[in-house]
Design a protein around this ligand. Structure first.
Ligand SMILES: [Zn+2]
Length: 145
């Protein structure tokens, strides 16, 4: 793999932690995610609100994206071009790799689908009570079902 997994650019790549996924990306794209070296010291308590956001991502996004793409009559290259990523990255997303939030928003717009839950109650609670434990979060999610 010699091309950037985010933009398809060919050249020097760095390993970057993009939204929790390790990707090989070009230097330009690596600023979107924290670089591996920096990621090690990244764990801060305030990241809880963000963690909540990740957990609000629909679990069946891969299938949702693929179905929407197919019913829109697009192949992977078509859709990849429309949202500005390489077909190989799109392929991985359709196999279950979580896209970045920015990319997910593009997919939502392009395919007219929803990839995020809009459970504001959960999000507000997490933002207002940063001391909420992971146990509380799990409990919240169980109660939601
Ligand atoms: Zn790139």
């Amino acid at each position: 793999m010699t091309e950037c997994e985010m933009c398809g650019w060919n050249g020097d790549l760095v390993r970057a932690n993009v939204e929790g996924t390790i990707l090989r990306v070009c230097k330009k794209c690596s600023v979107l995610g924290a670089k591996m070296e920096e990621a090690k010291t990244e764990q801060k308590p305030l990241s809880l609100a963000r963690k909540m956001e990740i957990s609000e991502f629909v679990p069946d996004f891969a299938e949702k994206i693929r179905h929407a793409r197919e019913s829109a009559g697009m192949n992977k290259s078509d859709l990849a071009r429309r949202i500005g990523v390489s077909p190989s990255l799109l392929s991985r997303i359709e196999k279950g790799m979580r896209p970045t939030d920015a990319l997910a928003r593009k997919l939502e717009k392009e395919l007219k689908i929803g990839l995020f839950y809009t459970d504001t109650l959960t999000t507000v609670k997490a933002e207002r009570t940063p001391e909420v434990t992971l146990g509380d979060v799990v409990e919240l999610r169980i109660r939601k079902k």
